[in-house]
Design a protein around this ligand. Structure first.
Ligand code: BT5
Length: 265
């Protein structure tokens, strides 16, 4: 079995947010590798103040504390490593049922999507640049919510998520073992995170993101805090940024700046 630093797994029946917990732990010096797993979150966070929904006991809600050797412009590779590890885990455990249903992909910047485009998981990376102590790198907490057994059927979802969200259970047609998926995720994370240490490793992460990215080749509308533009998603750079071909030439979009990337047309 590959080595993993993710052995300090802290479990919570109920917590506000596993990302919030690990950011606080990081401020008091917690090392890379601490993991928080919750059965239920009362204030699960999405990006930009959005919220993450999951009933108690059904899905995987997990955050990991990283101190990655990544510069500011490369930090999206932390999100990428966790998204790819989740894909690895879904594949090794057969949690999506596999076969005719097609494969799970990554919708840039931070969603795992089912073959029909519905959202299976969301990743949220939060860096704390204020809590760098001598000899330690800045903490980046990466959380992922994976819809494992909820929704069981579309009717389980609140109206705003119908047609938008799905679960591994819906893909597989049978309940999915959350503990097996968690173990596979922690195992897959070891080598994915180790990739940050070398140029070749980072290039490999970006290449795997490119291969998994369902956004490429599609028309998109990119919403930024100060406006929107449309084009065709053409590539992902080695730092994990999205390149969009527009009438005015290619534009590179950084994950942290993006409000939404939506299908256009
Ligand atoms: C995300 O944000 O997709 C990041 C979600 C990260 C959640 C994990 S759970 C463990 C860790 N601790 C936390 O507090 N958070 C992390 P974003 O791209 O902003 O998407 C949020 C949007 O997805 C919401 O506004 C809803 O529209 C939708 N959404 C909410 N819950 C969902 C679900 N279970 N499945 C699919 N879509 C959902």
């Amino acid at each position: 079995m590959p080595e993993t630093v993710f052995t300090d797994v802290r479990r919570f029946e109920t917590i506000d947010s596993t990302n919030r917990y690990l950011l606080d732990e990081a401020r008091t010096g917690a090392p890379e590798g601490v993991v928080a797993v919750a059965d239920h979150q009362t204030a699960g966070r999405g990006r930009l103040g959005r919220s993450w929904e999951a009933p108690a006991g059904a899905n995987l809600l997990i955050s990991v504390l990283l101190r990655p050797p990544l510069g500011h412009g490369q930090r999206h590779l932390a999100t990428t490593a966790v998204a790819l590890a989740a894909m690895d885990a879904i594949s090794t455990t057969g949690a999506s049922g596999g076969g005719a249903s097609g494969r799970v992909g990554i919708k840039w910047p931070n969603d795992l999507v089912a073959p029909d485009g519905r959202k299976l998981a969301g990743v949220l990376a939060e860096a704390d640049l204020t809590s760098v102590t001598p000899g330690s790198r800045a903490p980046v907490v990466v959380g992922i919510g994976i819809n494992v057994n909820w929704p069981a059927v579309d009717e389980d979802l609140p109206p705003e998520l119908r047609g938008v969200a799905t679960s591994l259970r819906q893909l597989a047609g049978v309940p999915v073992d959350r503990e097996a998926l968690l173990a596979a995720l922690l195992t897959a994370l070891g080598p994915r995170v180790a990739s940050f240490a070398t140029e070749a490793g980072k290039v490999q992460l970006a290449g795997d993101l490119r291969s998994a990215c369902t956004t490429l080749g599609t028309p998109v509308r990119v919403d930024l805090p100060d406006g929107s533009f449309t084009g065709t998603a053409v590539s992902v750079t080695d730092d994990g940024h999205l390149v969009v071909g527009t009438d005015g030439g290619p534009r590179t979009v950084v994950a942290g700046d993006v409000v939404h990337v939506r299908p256009d047309g």
